[in-house]
Design a protein around this ligand. Structure first.
Ligand SMILES: [Zn+2]
Length: 502
């Protein structure tokens, strides 16, 4: 009896765990047996691995081969283990030395002819191997750039099984990742291209500075989308940790390209209003894939025509908005994906969507109901609401808006001020500060909150609405370089609410 061993990584959500693969060549009729592995994908894997080994010029054992993966509780789906399965068998057959094999995790699917194919989630898999103390990871060539982002582990790329066996035998070298320069050039448009709409431009700046959710209402063709698309450009770039977090999700979604392996800018994700629940929050068969809310993690989720969205889709957004993550149970286990995004909603004021509001033909009840259905699940969490109006053509000529770069400077100064103030309490942005903290520990002087308290007493503003106004007031203070909001900031914050719906 001969025993061989190799290692790979199972990825659940964005978490990876080391999988040990044992191959046992025993007496008995030729054949391959998988121990305790019901998954059909693994049965297919067995056939691929055998073909790849023989087509690579190596010898497949002429007796009974038993393969076992452990721990037994892990989801053992997919083809990521192919390379490790092949090397475990070759180890058992004493065709490759152990020296390198026992310090290396192996990732990738094998084609029948022995080529190594890429799989989803290589980045989180390599991160897990690094964290578990492994010194080397071998990955498929197309995933080399992405895997090379992980520091503290040697990462090598291979294009076929023979390249890996040669390397294990000390006969050849595998490819090392190219040093990667993230660059800072954004392909997105500049804020200076948005003409007119000073209120909405200002709202976008306030939203960026305080990380507030924002709703834009107004007639079609007025530039709601154009404005929203320019929000990521005025946000600070992702920190190194955030960039890896975001990139890991996009790796699992299979959306990374080798020429842009690291996501350094806040992502902008704009699902269509007809998107299914699983497209929004994640889903699919086997192990759930991340949805739009997770791809928008640390970035923007833009919902255009949000009043047209189905009730189920709107409801599905509630949990990620509250928890900052989603858990999705599927046949092969529960995947947990982070989903902390800034929500930007855009809607026409009514179903007939006229170019000018005076042209509306909707009955008043229909108008009210149109946006009213958003109020429960979504709108309660939106601090900023802006109603955009059509710009008179004559007004366009003499207005040149500020550039993205100028606005980004102010946003980043305001964000730093907020982080410094809230940091000791564990919050980073004004939008994250809980209501009780705003009303107690960080209570503002009576004269500053006088306009707010007047409205509260009259019942015009709810307690929750008051908290939202206070958060925005802090952001306005940060943008103005003040230590705390005064009457002006509180008044302006309240106007932001009045200008929108609800
Ligand atoms: Zn209408």
């Amino acid at each position: 009896m001969a025993l061989g061993r190799a290692h790979s990584v199972a990825v659940t959500g964005v978490d990876g765990q080391i999988v040990e693969i044992e191959a046992d060549i025993g007496r008995g009729l030729p054949g391959v047996h998988l121990v305790g592995l019901p998954d059909t994908a693994l049965q297919e894997s067995r056939d691929r691995v055998r073909a790849a080994v023989t087509n690579s010029g190596a010898k497949w054992p002429e007796s009974r081969v038993t393969l076992a993966l452990s721990p037994a509780t892990l989801p053992k789906v997919g083809s990521v283990y192919d390379l490790a399965l092949a090397c475990a068998v070759l180890d058992a057959a004493r065709q490759v030395p152990r020296k390198r094999l026992e310090h290396t995790v192996l990732l990738g699917e094998l084609a029948l002819d022995g080529r190594l194919r890429t799989v989803r989630g290589v980045l989180p898999a390599v991160l897990a191997a690094k964290n578990a103390g492994w010194s080397t990871a071998v990955v498929p060539m197309p995933a080399l750039a992405e895997a090379g982002l992980v520091d503290g582990i040697e990462v090598l790329g291979a294009d076929r099984l023979t390249a890996v066996t040669d390397w294990l035998q000390g006969k050849g070298e595998l490819a090392a990742p190219e040093p990667f320069d993230a660059g800072t050039v954004s392909a997105r448009g500049d804020l200076s291209e948005v003409v007119g709409q000073p209120d909405a431009r200002w709202a976008i700046e306030v939203a960026a500075a305080g990380a507030h959710h924002l709703m834009l209402t107004g007639p079609p063709g007025i530039g709601k989308t154009m404005l929203a698309q320019r929000l990521p450009g005025i946000l600070p770039p992702l920190s190194e940790r955030e960039a890896l977090e975001v990139t890991a999700i996009h790796s699992v979604a299979g959306l990374l390209t080798s020429d842009c392996p690291l996501i350094t800018e806040a992502p902008f994700i704009a699902p269509h209003h007809t998107s299914s629940v699983s497209a929004l929050v994640g889903g699919g068969s086997g192990m759930a894939k991340p949805g739009a809310v997770s791809r928008a993690h640390r970035g923007i989720l833009f919902l255009d025509e949000c009043a047209e969205m189905g009730t189920k889709a709107l409801e599905a957004l509630r949990t990620p908005l509250e928890d900052g993550e989603v858990r999705i149970a599927r046949r092969d286990g529960v995947a947990c994906y982070p989903a902390r995004f800034q929500l930007i909603l855009a809607a026409n004021p009514c179903p007939c969507a006229p170019a000018r509001e005076t042209d509306c033909v909707c009955a008043p009840t229909i108008r009210r109901r149109y946006l009213g259905r958003l109020s429960g699940p979504l709108l309660d969490r939106v601090d900023l609401r802006i109603r955009m109006k059509a710009v008179a053509t004559g007004a366009l000529m003499d207005e040149v808006g500020e550039s993205t770069e100028d606005v980004r400077g102010r946003v980043s100064a305001a964000r730093s001020a907020a982080t410094e103030r809230w940091g000791p309490y564990g919050w980073r942005t004004n939008a994250e500060v809980p209501g009780p903290a705003l009303r107690q520990r960080f209570r503002l002087p009576r004269e500053a909150v006088a306009p707010l308290e007047r409205l509260l007493r009259k019942g015009v503003v709810t307690a929750r609405g008051a908290d939202r106004a206070l958060r925005v007031a802090w952001t306005l203070a940060d943008l103005a370089g003040l230590d705390a909001p005064g009457t002006d900031q509180v008044t302006t914050a309240l106007e932001f609410r009045d200008r929108g719906v609800g």
